[in-house]
Design a protein around this ligand. Sequence first.
Ligand SMILES: Cc1ncc(COP(=O)(O)O)c(C=O)c1O
Length: 363
Amino acid sequence: MSAARQVMGSSYMNWAKTRSTAKFNLATSGLGNLKLRELRVSLDDLEITNGGYGYQPLVESIATRYRVDREAVMTAAGTTFANHLAMAAVIEPGDEILFERPAYEPMLAAALYLGANVKRFARRFENDFHIVPEELASHVSSNTRLIVLTNLHNPSGVLIDEAEIRQIGEIARSVGARVLVDEVYMETLFEDAPRTAFHLGNEFVITSSLTKAFGLSGLRCGWIFAEPELAKRMWLLNDLFAATPVHAGERLSVVAMQQLGEIGARAQELLDRNRTLLNEFLDTREDLEAIRPEFGTVMFPRVRRESSDDLCQLLRERYETSVVPGRFFEMPEHFRIGIAGDTAVLEEGLERLGRALDEISRG
Ligand SMILES: Cc1ncc(COP(=O)(O)O)c(C=O)c1O
C-alpha cells in the first residue's frame, strides 16, 4: 500500500461521531444546530435543479459579504470539503507542505491522504499558540508548496492578527508557496471579524463555511477564496468529486445568508455569556493552565499531568460530561472545551468537570 493510502479516515471525526456524545456535551465547537423552522423560508424558495459551475446567487452573496471578486469564489460542501478541494488543487503527491501543530486532525489527514510530504511547525502553549515568523521561515525552502493553518486556531481559539498573517504570506511568497488559512472560526467574531486574509495577497487560499458561528452546519454551505485561475482549477477538479451540489441546499444557503445578522447577534450573546462562565471556572482551578482568547468557541486548557485521557474518560463515564481529549490534537496533556452550547449545560458540565478534577487529584 502506498504512503498516500495509509490514511483512509479521520480518527477525530470518527470519535466525534461515535463517542463524544454526553448529557453535558462540552466537546462541540460550533453553535447548536438551528431548526429549519427558525429560518424564515418557504418551499417556494427552493428548487432542486441547477446546472453549470456554481449557483450564481450564492456565489454573489458570499462575494458581497466578504468583498471579494465573484471569480475568486468557489463553493463546496462545508469547510471540510473546501479544505480537501483547496489542497487537492494546489498540491501533488510528494509535495512538501508545512502544517501547524497542534492541528485540526481531519484537515491534516486529508493532506496525508493526498500524498503530501507533511512537515510541521509548532504553535506553542508557552507562546500563547502564536506562530513565530522566524521559526516558520527556518522551515520553508524552495520545496515548500503550501503552509497550512487555522485562524482562529483550532484547538486554542487564538486569533492571528493581520500583521502576523501578512508576515506569514511574505514568508510563503519568498519561496513561491501558498498559504491555506481555514477561517471557519473567524466567523465567531461576527461584526468584529477582521477582513479575510484573502485580501492580503494572491498567495492566500481561504476556506470557511456557515457551520461554526451560525448553527448552520446542516446546510453544508462552505466556500474557498482563491485567485481566479486557481478557483477555476478547483471548479474543474470538483467535477471529479461532488460534480453538482445539492441545489435545494444552495437555495437555503442564500436565504440563510440574508439572516446572518440576527442569527449572529443571538450567537454572540450566548458566546459572551458562556465565555465569562468558563473564565470564572478557570479562575477557581489551580490544576488547569489555559490561554484565554477573547473570541471563538473553544479553549484548550492544560492539565498538570502527562495526559488528560484519564480525566476525559472519568468525566464521561461517571459525570456524563464530554470534552475532547488533547491526543486528537497531538497534545495529550490538554483537552479542548467548547462554549457554544446551552448555558445551562455548560454550567452543569463545568461543575462536573470540577468534581472530576478533584477526584483525579485525590488519586
Ligand atoms: C478548523 C475546522 N475546519 C473545518 C471544520 C468543519 O467545518 P464544516 O462543518 O464546515 O465542514 C471544523 C469543525 O470542527 C474545524 O474545526
